[in-house]
Design a protein around this ligand. Structure first.
Ligand SMILES: [Zn+2]
Length: 569
């Protein structure tokens, strides 16, 4: 994504509970889009499916004909555990040809355009330590899907692990935060009070995560709170503000209002001062939650979670304290600034693999297509060790577009045929970890050794604590991997059942989602092992680098032999 593209505001729609009425929602969306143009994403907060299967017929109409879906849609989990059955996979799944995605009961999601989302479905669990909560649909006989403090902590921890320092653009919670209207001088419909139906844990989550927008649903009325500050005036450096909106359930006339439209530039592509400036609003209030939280641990004792939730107002007029806070914040900001500068510098460094870049080493290149090219790996393990590389800067398969993937498949097939003509089998893997530009590694092995591959990879994986899971043939990696998730993806050729019978692309696929570290040399290690290519002295690529002249000759030789298979010719 170019800088200009990522700065473009995204057009977002958020709706309240659908409860099966997807046609009403989508016709409202279509009428808005016909007036003001396409929107990028629709989020559905609250209950998506109705209780009765018969009331979900409209949803199934769209599922059976995805072409009718007018917008990329994301939905949250249910508030009633019985409705999980409508979601195919409780933990999150594609409901309709990638067009309607069920995010799961709780978690963190980053869209392709860089928007950071945190979401939570269900109701706060009632127990001794939490005051009895009344819910609008308490009369239901259905059992609630519930969350508790440990769920909130895990969301916060996961977010901090994955997106440390990044501002959350949108928080979506089915249940309202308790006391959100405090300090706003605004009233909820019919003088209701969110302390009667809101969740203290949701308030805590919002307080900790400081999203730019927070949407809730379930209560069937519309409420737009004036923005609230995430810093204490005079005591803390200015921060961005949060806007909270409660949305009604989907209805024909949009009265009460169930659909909210807004533009947003992902925080990721703004510097923080700009973000603060953009969210600033002269009509705003102090944070509604800070003085009202009284979370209890399971044993009934006061729960603080983190120090910044402890009462701090008592220090308000303590000049030394303010001075110290400011110094600390100054240091923190300097640290952030240096980090940003370092990242920026890294991004500006020319890439080794961008074909248009100044750093690309042309002697390695053996074939150039429209979207990708084929090159020898620097310090190749042997003469069969190549790389398929996108011409433009693309991070990995997960964010690659269809044209690119199509051409990569052509190259894979061509290589399979080429190696087959030499009585060899080809295998491919991609490691999206400590790489910036996607590379698909290509290795070949004598056909009669094909049966050794699986064991060789599996036993090395076991030795190095790597979990390689076999994945179904037709699985699209884009559907199972988040864009930022590091991974190792392997395609091994299946062995021949009868001599000469296997098709070139008959493969078994393996995936390792990388959490924490990964041995950089894993694939090469396996291939160099005794039972496969038996060249343990060539494991380190740096010892295998040859002169530019030798490289040129090697590439020329390959080009000649590959000529009749080359998809670019
Ligand atoms: Zn690049």
């Amino acid at each position: 994504m170019s800088a200009a593209e990522s700065d473009k505001p995204l057009k977002i729609l958020v709706s309240g509970d659908v409860e099966g009425r997807l046609s009403d929602l989508y016709s409202r969306v279509k009428s808005i889009q016909s007036k003001v143009g396409k929107f990028d994403i629709l989020f559905c907060v609250g209950e998506f499916f109705a209780q009765e299967a018969s009331e979900n017929a409209e949803i199934y109409e769209y599922i059976s004909d995805p072409s009718l879906v007018p917008i990329q849609t994301y939905v949250l989990g249910p508030n009633h555990s019985s409705r999980y059955k409508y979601f195919f996979d409780k933990s999150g799944c594609d409901l309709c040809a990638d067009k309607i995605i069920y995010l799961g009961p709780k978690g963190t999601y980053s869209t392709l355009n860089g928007l950071n989302i945190v979401y939570l479905s269900g109701f706060e669990k009632k127990n001794e330590s939490v005051k009895k909560l009344k819910r609008s649909d308490d009369s239901d006989t259905e059992e609630f899907a519930e969350f508790e403090l440990k769920d909130i902590e895990s969301i916060i921890n996961n977010y901090e692990k994955r997106n440390a320092g990044e501002c959350i653009d949108i928080l979506l919670t089915n249940q309202w935060p308790k006391n959100v209207e405090n300090l706003s001088n605004q009233e909820l419909e019919n003088k209701q009070k969110s302390e009667n139906f809101g969740s203290e844990l949701v308030a805590y989550l919002a307080q900790k995560l400081k999203p730019r927008y927070h949407f809730s649903a379930v209560e069937n009325f519309f409420f737009e709170r004036i923005p609230y500050r995430n810093h204490q005036v005079l005591l803390e450096k200015e921060k961005h503000m949060t806007r909270f909106l409660g949305l009604a359930k989907v209805n024909k006339s949009n009265k009460p209002k169930f659909l909210y439209a807004f533009n947003i530039v992902p925080a990721k592509s703004l510097d923080y001062a700009e973000l603060v400036r953009q969210t600033a609003n002269p009509i705003s209030s102090d944070n509604p939650y800070s003085t009202n939280l009284s979370l209890k641990n399971d044993d009934g004792s006061q729960y603080y979670g983190d120090h910044d939730l402890q009462p701090s107002k008592q220090y308000f007029y303590d000049a030394d304290y303010i001075k110290k806070m400011n110094e600390l914040q100054e240091q923190e900001m300097l640290k952030q600034k240096r980090k940003l500068e370092a990242m920026h510098k890294q991004e500006q460094e020319p890439c080794w693999f961008c074909l248009g870049g100044s750093k690309v080493e042309r002697q390695y290149i053996v074939s150039v297509g429209d979207k990708c090219y084929l090159a020898y790996a620097k310090g190749a393990l042997n003469k069969d060790h190549l790389l398929i590389i996108p011409i433009d800067h693309v991070q990995s398969t997960v964010v690659a577009n269809e044209d690119l993937m199509e051409e990569i498949d052509k190259y894979k097939l061509a290589l399979a045929k080429y190696f087959k003509s030499r009585n060899k089998c080809v295998l491919f893997y991609e490691r999206n970890y400590r790489t910036k530009h996607m590379q698909i590694q290509v290795y070949a092995i004598r056909a009669d050794k094909t049966y050794l591959l699986k064991d060789a990879f599996m036993s090395m994986a076991q030795n190095q604590d790597i979990y390689l899971d076999e994945i179904p043939q037709m699985t699209n990696l884009k559907q199972i991997l988040e864009p930022n998730r590091p991974f190792f993806y392997l395609e091994l050729p299946n062995e021949e059942l009868h001599a000469g019978s296997r098709s070139e692309m008959d493969t078994t696929r393996y995936l390792c989602e990388i959490r924490g570290g990964f041995p950089i040399n894993f694939g090469r290690d396996v291939m160099a092992s005794e039972i496969l290519l038996n060249c343990p002295d060539r494991i380190d690529w740096k010892t295998c680098v040859i002169s530019i002249e030798e490289e040129k000759i090697m590439s020329q030789d390959f080009r000649k032999e590959f000529k009749m298979f080359d998809p670019a010719l």
